[in-house]
Structures are given as C-alpha cells and as structure tokens.
Design a protein around this ligand. Structure first.
Ligand code: DUC
Ligand code: ZN
Ligand code: ZN
Length: 487
C-alpha cells in the first residue's frame, strides 16, 4: 500500500529561503512530507537533475476582461490558464473590472460567470474600481473585501478608468479600514492626453509615438503622487508595472522615509525597449503602458530586483491579437497609436525569461526568483501559506524545471490564443517540464494534461502586508482611519 498519491523524488527543492535535496510526498492535493528516501507513491516522478519549485503565482494578468469599442481580449480563462500552466504558473490573479455605472458586485458576479468551469490552474480575483460611488465606498467594497476579494486596482490614467486624487484617497481609506491591498497604475493622465493631442496635430501617430506620449517623467510624477496619497492615509500600496529609473527612484525615496510601498515589475521592462515599438505598424505588438524604456533602464530594474526594491514580478499579460479587427488593428485597420489596445502577452514566458536572464546569469538568486514570482505575490494577496511555497500542508502546486533545457521562444510553441509573442526568437535556458496543481499534472513533457475546470476559485485572506504602519498596540487591531471614508 502506497504512502502517498505522488512522490517527486531526487530533485532539488527550492523555496524563498531554502535549497535542499529532498523528496516531496503529496497526498490529497497537499504536500504532506519532505524528506529523503520517502516511501512509495502511486505516482512516482523522477526529478533527478531537476529543480522542484513552488508553482508561479502570476498576480497581474488580464483574461477575458470586457473591453467595449469592438475590442476583445484573445485569452479567456481556458486559453490563458492553459498557457500559464505550460509556463510553470499554478495560480493567476486577473481582474474583475467595474464599468462606470455598474455595481462592483455585478462586475465580480460577471467575472465568476466568465471563469466558471474553464480554468486549468487556481485563480483569485482583484477588482478594478472605476466608479467609487458612495454605495461602492460604504457598502460594496467593504463587503466584497470581507468575502475574499482583498485587493483592487486604481488607475490614474485611461479615460474610462482613471480616478482623481480625492477618489483615490477615499478608496485608500477603505483599504486601510478593511485590510485590503490597493494596486496603483501610476501615469499622469493629463500629460498623456496633451502629448497625444500634440503628436496627433503633428501627424506623429505611428506606434513608436506611444512611447513619446508616455515619457518617464509622467510615470515619476504619478508614482510620487500615489506614494504621497498612501502616506496621507497611512496604508501600504503596490505600484504596478514599474518601468525604469524615475519611478524606481521615487520608490527608493519612499523606502528611505519609512513608507510601506511595494513595487512590481514585468518582463517587458527587462527584455524590451522602446526600439521594439519602432518597426512600422508591427511596433503595435509591443504597445503597453507604461512603455518599455531603454537598456540603461533595464539595468536599473535588474538592480531593483537583486537589491530587494521590487516585491513581485508579474506578466501584466494583456492579450490582443495583432492581425485582428478586435485586437491591435481595430476594425481591421492600422490606426493611430492612441487607438491601439494596450498590452502584450506574457503569462507563459514570464518565468522562463526571468529564470534564464536572472538566475542563470547570477543577477538574482534562485531563492529570490521563487520569492519574486511565487512566495511574495501569494503573501501580498492573502494566499499564503496555501500558495507560494513548498511546505507541509501547502497545496502541492509545483513546477519541476529542467534548468539546462535550451529553448528558442516561438509563438507556435506557446499555448495562449494570441498570434504573436514579443519574445519571438529569444533563446532561454531553463523551462518547466512538469507542472502540478494540487498534486495533479497539468503540463508534462510537452503535453497539456490538465482538465479545464479543475482550477478552483480562491477567496483571499486579508494580507498582513496591507497593514498600516500604525497599529493599536493594545487591542492589536488598526486604529480607526484618520481620514473619513465617506464619499
Ligand atoms: N497596461 C495596463 O495598465 N494594463 C493592461 C496592459 C497595459 O499595457
Ligand atoms: Zn496598469
Ligand atoms: Zn495590467
């Protein structure tokens, strides 16, 4: 009689702090033993020469998000989570986005309908709040936080989503009072609008001008403003998709002033430059916001990964097909840059790119890699200790890596529904060869093995990392917020 459902034998297990030669025993979808010479499993996986890592947690990706304007995301929960699994990611956190005029609850309900029965890997939801009405601020948001939707994104740009500073303060006050984590997209909307108009008047509308319309100064200004608003409320925030030096400097400033500001970056700011937008209309493939910068800024972001400035690395997978009237060619036409949907695919390539150029080159350690891509996002969003580590009692979400496997990235080998990858032709060393979600193989030796619908929705806990600095030392709970939350 076997002791385990599955044993992963003879591999090198790495977590955010340890590296050990150990077998992993799995029963009932959880890790139940770590040791040497474990008893037999019904399923035996030989991981000799392989790395056994916690599955990735991709805490910033967009799947089947309603778009309007005749646009459509290429990936739904089926193709998006399939692609995630094949790249070693076992949990994704996409966004239930509120449309203006819609209740937040309706946005969340709609997103459950979109995800139900489709996912290969487990998933939680962030919310996007675009219409912070009194009902949303007083009732809906606190109730939803209590039900396990414990993070939400605030946009400082995009006309249909942006909030002004007063609205942001109201939402941060709710985050503080109810223990949620706010994520902030920091770009100055008015500057972008003015620069875009000016470029358009001059006939400068090719994809490369997307980067001209969003210079780093406007990211710096908004980053500093977001930090200030977080300081006023005394609540931690995460600055998402940090692109380069100017925003990094603001976050370093915040840290040097004792402020709890978390930072996220993405592979596009490590591997792409604005030069990738300068290929005629093909440049549309690399349009995302903020835009990729230059090589010097890539180095600054790498430094921030190695010295601990960044908390997480996410893909910001925002999938639009290139040759598609619902994608990068709206209505079937090559359009001025400001009408091209923002976003690039990256769920499947996030981990291999970072492993190859980060761990193999020694820029970051293997432990840092695990922390940035799995453990920290799980902690930041209240999924720890169930997700993000290999430990007794944790879900057996595991990626088994061949650290020597050489791969030339080509879109035809990927499992998303996008018709391109910005990383076409890049060579990487190291790729996940087997991915387990709760002990079940979902990707194995080049084959998708999982079942759509196996992936479960995960309600999130209130993250410790979202706690304000000032905590009542006697009662052990937050002081009432200093700023009222009435809308
Ligand atoms: N920028 C975002 O903020 N979200 C989706 C994609 C993008 O480019
Ligand atoms: Zn964003
Ligand atoms: Zn995004």
């Amino acid at each position: 009689m076997e002791s385990f459902d599955t044993v992963i034998r003879n591999g090198t297990v790495a977590t955010a702090c340890d590296i050990m030669e150990a077998d992993v025993g799995i029963r009932g979808g959880r890790v139940v033993a770590l040791g040497q010479g474990l008893g037999r499993g019904r399923d035996e996986i030989d991981a000799r020469g392989k790395l056994v890592l916690p599955g990735g947690v991709d805490a910033h990706c967009h799947l089947d998000q309603p778009m309007g304007d005749g646009l459509k995301m290429a990936d739904d929960f089926f193709s998006g989570t399939r692609s995630a699994a094949c790249g070693g990611t076992t949990t994704v956190i996409p966004f239930a986005a509120q449309e203006r005029g819609q209740s937040l609850r309706a946005a969340v309900d709609d997103y459950h309908r979109r995800s139900e029965g489709k996912a290969f890997v487990d998933y939680a939801f962030h919310m996007i709040v675009t219409d912070p009405t009194p009902a949303v601020v007083k009732d809906e948001l606190p109730a939803l936080i209590g039900e396990g939707y414990t993070s939400f994104k605030i946009y400082m740009t995009y006309d249909d989503m942006k909030l002004d500073d007063r609205q942001i303060l109201r939402l941060l006050a709710v985050a503080r009072q109810h223990g949620a984590l706010a994520m902030v997209h920091a770009e100055n909307a008015d500057c972008i609008a003015w620069l875009t108009e000016t470029l358009e008047e001059a006939g400068q509308v090719a994809p490369k001008y997307h980067a001209t319309a969003r210079p780093m100064a406007i990211e710096r200004e908004a980053t500093h403003r977001a930090i200030t608003l977080s300081e006023v409320i005394d609540v931690p925030i995460l600055i998402v998709h940090v692109s380069g030096r100017e925003a990094v400097e603001q976050i370093r400033w915040a840290h040097s002033h004792g402020l709890r500001i978390y930072a996220e970056t993405c592979p596009q700011y490590l591997f792409l430059t604005e030069g990738h937008l300068d290929h005629g209309y093909e440049g549309a493939k690399c349009i995302c916001s903020p835009p990729p910068r230059d090589k010097a800024n890539q180095r600054v972001v790498w430094d921030g990964l190695s010295d601990g400035l960044f908390t997480i690395v996410s893909s910001d997978h925002a999938p639009f097909r290139f040759d598609d009237p619902q994608g990068k060619k709206p209505g079937g036409k090559e359009v001025p840059f400001q009408y091209i949907p923002n976003g690039i695919p990256g769920l499947e390539t996030r981990l291999p790119l970072l492993f190859s150029e980060g761990v193999r080159t020694g820029r970051i350690t293997l432990n840092q890699f695990v922390a940035l891509t799995s453990t920290n996002p799980a902690k930041l969003y209240g999924l720890s200790p169930r997700k993000g580590t290999i430990a007794i009692g944790a879900d057996a979400d595991i990626a088994i890596w061949d650290p020597t496997k050489e791969v030339t990235i080509e879109n035809r080998m990927l499992h998303h529904a996008v018709d391109y990858t910005p990383y076409e032709g890049m060579r990487v060393t190291g790729w996940p060869v087997t991915t387990l979600v709760r002990g079940e193989r979902v990707w194995d030796e080049g084959q998708v093995r999982g079942q759509a619908g196996f992936g479960q929705f995960l309600p999130c806990g209130k993250p410790d990392m979202a706690r304000p600095k000032v905590v009542d030392p006697v009662e052990g709970r937050y002081f009432p917020t200093r700023v009222t939350s009435h809308a």
